[in-house]
Design a protein around this ligand. Structure first.
Ligand code: UD1
Length: 341
């Protein structure tokens, strides 16, 4: 019998790509999302790409009774918990919104997994938990730094909730995946990132500037202690990232995990600067981007990239898609949603 996986937040950017990869790997999927920061286009994209009429349930994971009905209705053995708020600036302005939503949804999922005897959970964590690391690249052993935003704090706290829960409760095991900077879109250009309002992240801002939706990209700082003065990040293709979730689920389903709670970095292992990324985007898509150097953005770390050895060795996973292809896919997606030829 095929295993079923609940994908919370499955209408969103990373969730929709993961739903596709799960289905293509032979899993049944049920998508749950409250559509607070997404719409049905993500789910429709998943259906179109896979040809599977993926069940979708509109539910807020903070609503435990509604979530219980979902657990009653579907016999998934595993959960990938993406559903969360993720805007760093907003979380600083309204921390309670973030604590309430991100922590309560996590606790409800864990409670119901126990109640219904569901075994495996993958949690969407983030490289943000490392803060400004003392040594690069960061390994999973690199100490976490105190979070500088409520958003970052919820990622750390959810990791801890998961660790403590799977340690204490029999029949529960978990994997936290620490994402670096997910970018790009599915090669079909049918799903991708759909930021609401002004994009906070670099690549959506780049593609919207190229599409003429934004006038000019601001490169936040060129006086950092890096080779070209702009910040360094580890940009991971969203399809590669999605595949890491499939491997993590399979590892637990097949009982190959080495501990009840495991953590893996999910990145490429390469640090790329903002200016390098802008130049490569221009080159591979044969266009010129309107950009200017602007002051540093508060809260940005200078540089971070992943040591991916653990994921490479333990999960047998590595990032495969070339950065140029990823940047082409980001532009193809933006053109598709804007109707640009
Ligand atoms: C940010 C969050 C991180 C979160 C991730 C989710 C912060 C400090 N970190 O990561 O916690 O997990 O998003 O996707 O907000 N940049 C520009 N111009 C822009 C936008 C970005 O120069 O218009 C630069 C930034 O200064 C940074 C790089 O691009 O150096 C990447 O920025 P972004 O895409 O926002 O990701 P992070 O800040 O790394």
């Amino acid at each position: 019998m095929k295993q079923m996986v609940l994908v919370s937040g499955g209408a969103g950017y990373i969730g929709s790509h993961t739903a596709v990869e799960l289905i293509e790997a032979g899993y049944d999927v049920v998508v749950a999302d409250n559509l607070s920061n997404s719409d049905m286009s993500g789910v429709e994209g998943v259906r179109k790409i896979t040809g599977v009429d993926v069940p979708f349930v509109q539910v807020d994971c903070c609503d435990k009774e509604a979530l219980r009905r979902l657990f009653e209705q579907y016999e998934f053995g595993s959960v990938i918990h993406f559903a969360a708020f993720k805007a760093v600036g907003e979380s600083v302005a309204d921390p309670m919104k973030y604590y309430r939503n991100n922590l309560l949804s996590m606790m409800n999922i864990v409670d119901l997994m126990r109640e219904f005897g569901r075994e495996n959970i993958v949690f969407s964590s983030s490289a943000t938990v490392y803060g400004e690391a003392d040594e690069l690249p960061v390994t999973e052993q690199t100490p976490r730094k105190p979070a500088t935003s409520a958003y970052g704090n919820t990622k750390q706290m959810c990791e801890d909730i998961l660790r403590d829960a799977v340690t204490a409760y029999e029949g529960l095991k978990g994997i936290a995946l620490r994402y670096f900077n997910p970018i790009g879109a599915h090669p079909s250009a049918l799903i991708g990132e759909l930021p609401r309002g002004v994009p906070q992240n670099l690549v959506p801002f780049i593609t919207q500037t190229a599409a003429g939706v934004r006038e000019c990209l601001s490169v936040f700082g060129n006086d950092y202690p890096t080779p070209d003065g702009s910040c360094l990040r580890d940009y991971i293709d969203v399809v590669d990232l999605a595949k890491a979730h499939v491997v993590a689920i399979s590892r637990m389903v097949e009982n190959k995990n080495k501990a009840k709670y495991e953590i893996f970095n999910v990145g490429t292992g390469n640090g790329v600067s903002v200016l390098e990324l802008v130049e490569r985007f221009e080159k591979v898509n044969s266009l010129k981007l309107n950009y200017k150097i602007a002051p540093r953005r508060a809260g940005d770390v200078v540089a971070i990239w992943a040591d991916t050895s653990l994921a490479n060795e333990e999960l047998g996973w590595r990032a495969e898609r070339d950065l140029d292809d990823t940047l082409r896919s980001a532009w193809a997606w933006e053109k598709n949603i804007r109707g640009i030829k």
